[in-house]
Design a protein. Structure first.
Length: 358
């Protein structure tokens, strides 16, 4: 019988996220790790992350690749380059790839992405699982990409506090909380294995907001969550709010607590060890495994492009070749006492459990 998670009150979650005794925090991490072990037996699902384009039509106030940042070189990876990266993933027995990009809704881009999906299916004979992380799209586009072979989609809600959502985005129709929610529902309805997530330590965000985020994940019955600390990017409007932020170590610790609390709440979903954690501490993503995460996404974007995919300052590993990065991460996962999985899609048990009960 799969552990379906304890029922927690909002107050209990707030308590967990507020722990400050180092021993109490350690036991929270330990409990989450043992719950993850019950579901995954120490297995870590691997995805090769390919950042296919940093062109974005949106202007989120926190993000380094927002449209108004004129100080970066924009790129769209030629499909042959994406093919090389996907082939690299396949040859290295990674069971899946994550295709990530800025958000564009124009036909040239939606067609391009459809070609990318079909190419990955073709070169791997349908064996490489595809997760998309390409923002809000029409239901029609989501459906088209699904039919072409992508079966998982990540769309972070960023924060579930609507007032806070408004402060971190421009106030216009392109950046609308309800639209984002509708997009998430559409993804679920189409049949995607759906993931979302939030940023942790945003200016003005409270512990109660984060507890509400966790309850949102549970109520929406999401299958995957990727969340990490908010990190400043100098060329963004929110860089001006730096003084309002929690110290970076505290944002890191709070992110770990969020992972642990979520693992206790939702034992059989996939939880990613996010790259943003590694930007704070080199061993950040391994610490996330020790706090309940079970997914690792080594970046396999060719180095010529990664240097232009800066969502926040200090993004790690932008000049290291994919081969070296992958070898390093595999060895780190093993050293941490976990088992990196190869040639498996690594879908979350939660998806199958909730499908059956619908
Ligand atoms: N700090 C942390 N995460 C960020 N993202 C974008 N900008 C930042 C930042 N400054 C995250 C958002 C987005 C994902 C692709 O990257 O959560 O959904
Ligand atoms: Fe674009 Fe996503 Fe960055 Fe917003 S967070 S500016 S949608 S890439």
């Amino acid at each position: 019988m799969t552990n379906t998670g304890e029922i927690f009150s909002r107050e209990r979650l707030i308590e967990m996220l507020s722990l400050h005794e180092p021993k109490a925090i350690e036991s929270l991490f330990g409990l989450a790790k043992s719950i993850a072990y019950e579901t995954f037996l120490g297995d870590v699902y691997m995805r090769g992350l390919i950042e296919v384009s940093n062109i974005c039509a949106k202007n989120c106030n926190y993000c380094g690749i927002r449209a108004d940042n004129k100080n970066i070189q924009r790129y769209l990876m030629p499909i042959e380059k994406v093919e090389e990266a996907a082939q690299f993933a396949f040859d290295n027995n990674l069971g899946s790839v994550v295709i990530q990009s800025g958000e564009r809704n124009d036909k040239a881009f939606t067609d391009y992405l459809d070609d990318v999906i079909k190419m990955v299916m073709r070169i791997s004979d349908g064996k490489l699982a595809i997760t998309l992380s390409c923002g809000e799209q029409s239901e029609e586009t989501y459906r088209r990409w699904f039919e072409s072979g992508a079966k998982r989609y990540l769309l972070r809600i960023e924060t579930t506090n609507i007032a806070l959502y408004k402060t971190i985005h421009p106030n216009n129709n392109k950046h609308n909380f309800s639209h984002r929610l509708e997009a998430l529902t559409a993804l679920k309805d189409i049949g995607y294995i759906t993931g979302t997530g939030v940023m942790i330590g945003l200016p003005g965000q409270t512990i109660a907001d984060l507890a509400d985020d966790l309850l949102f994940f549970r109520d929406l019955e999401v299958d995957m969550v990727g969340m990490g600390p908010y990190l400043v990017h100098a060329e963004t409007p929110m860089a001006a709010d730096e003084a309002k932020l929690l110290p970076i170590e505290k944002r890191f610790e709070l992110s770990m607590k969020m992972i642990s609390a979520l693992r206790i709440l939702m034992p059989d979903i996939n939880i990613a060890a996010s790259t943003a954690l590694q930007a704070i501490k080199p061993e950040g993503r391994m610490l996330a495994l020790h706090s309940g995460a079970n997914v690792m996404m080594p970046n396999i974007t060719p180095v010529e492009f990664t240097e232009n995919y800066f969502l926040y300052d200090g993004k790690p590993g932008t000049t290291i070749e994919p081969t070296e990065k992958l070898e390093g991460i595999i060895s780190d996962i093993r050293k941490a006492g976990f088992n990196p999985c190869f040639n498996v899609a690594g879908n979350p048990p939660h998806f199958y459990r909730t499908q059956q009960t619908v």
